[in-house]
Design a protein around this ligand. Structure first.
Ligand code: UFG
Length: 330
């Protein structure tokens, strides 16, 4: 199948491109390389382009004539979205409209969309299921919920079909060692912990220990990036089989607190890095854990890496490789 992948040079996108490419699909990645990397695209071709360039985007899609689009390209940091909301509405909403219009003009009507658990805000029930109300508490979550509304309306208006995958906390790296998370600034908990263990930061801050959780720190559902990649393959197959539009949570269904993750990172690395407890980070809900029975039951998805230490170990191997790559460039 011909698949057009926005943001395919990024962390999650590159793992999905690998999963699809290894199954023989023909892939065209469209990425502005603002946070992605050329080396991360292991299959298919890459065109460097920005979603804000509507004419170039449409010309590229028209020339490739994909059967489906997977849309990763977006701004993704909760705290940054609180500081710079317009960036999130521009990148995540306005640019997605450019993509949807280009698809519409080219007659492409199948989309897998990267949504987020942040659309739920502070869920009343944990694990949270897809039918829970959407009450995002930060501009990142609002921007993703807005696009979900647009997709719903678009699907009602004609032959357009989509699956929105609501990601929980994606972590880890491909065990084959060629791709992993490589942002200029590490903000995610597991990456930040491992970079602190490596000595790139002098301490790890735990943002809040007075949340209404058993140990007072926030709880998240950490999913290995390869399991998330498999979820995309399964969702795409489900969509292309004509099953209609759907929204699916992507997580394991159990969570770990920040303190538990930090302890696991120390155990995996064998390094007792410095940890300090500080105030809350803006926009953080106390707990986010997925009910992922819809994804499992409808697509047959079965996770392969549901083990926090295994996830951290793959991320740690990747961090060591990043250090080697940096040394060899000197
Ligand atoms: N945290 C720390 N110290 C750090 C970094 C994070 O205590 O140095 C805490 C955060 O406060 C939060 C938890 O660790 O409680 C997880 O934070 P991350 O930054 O790793 O991830 P988020 O939960 O903020 O967000 C991630 C994705 C979002 C997605 C969300 C869904 O970045 O895109 O998971 O659960 F929406």
């Amino acid at each position: 199948m011909k698949i057009f992948v926005t943001g395919g040079a990024g962390y999650i996108g590159s793992h999905v491109v690998k999963a699809l490419g290894s199954k023989g699909h023909e892939i065209l990645v469209y990425d502005n390389l603002s946070t992605g990397h050329l080396w991360a695209v292991l299959y298919g071709r890459l065109i460097q382009g920005d979603l804000s360039d509507a004419a170039f985007l449409e010309d590229t899609i028209a020339a490739f004539q994909p059967e489906a689009v997977i849309h990763f390209a977006a701004s993704i940091q909760v705290e940054e979205s609180v500081r710079e909301p317009l960036k999130y509405y521009r990148n995540n909403v306005a640019n997605t409209l450019n993509l949807l219009e280009a698809m519409n003009h080219c007659g492409i009507c199948n989309l897998i969309y990267s949504s987020t658990a942040a659309v739920y805000g502070i869920p009343e029930t944990i694990p949270v299921s897809e039918i829970a109300p959407l009450c995002p508490i930060n501009p990142y979550g609002v921007s993703k919920a807005m696009v979900e509304s647009i997709l719903k309306d678009l699907a009602k208006s004609g032959s357009f079909s989509y699956i929105a995958l609501r990601y929980f906390n994606v972590a880890g790296a491909d065990p084959e060692g060629l791709i992993g998370q490589a942002y200029a600034e590490a903000t995610h908990l597991i990456t930040r912990s491992l970079k602190t263990a490596k000595g790139e930061y002098d301490r790890l801050s735990i943002y809040g220990t007075d949340y209404p959780t058993p140990d007072g720190s926030c709880i998240r559902d950490y999913i290995h990036v390869n399991d998330l990649a498999d979820a995309h393959v399964a969702a795409l197959e489900h969509l292309m089989a004509g099953n209609g539009s759907e929204i699916m949570n992507c997580g394991y269904g159990h969570g770990f607190s920040v303190k538990e993750v930090v302890a696991a990172a120390k155990h995996v690395t064998g390094i007792d890095f410095t940890v300090v407890e500080t105030g809350h980070r803006a926009g953080d809900p106390p707990a986010l854990v997925a009910n992922s029975s819809r994804l499992r039951n409808k697509t047959g998805w079965t996770p392969r890496y549901d083990d926090l230490e295994l996830i951290i170990r793959t991320a740690w191997e990747w961090e060591k490789r990043l250090s080697q790559m940096a040394t060899s460039r000197k």
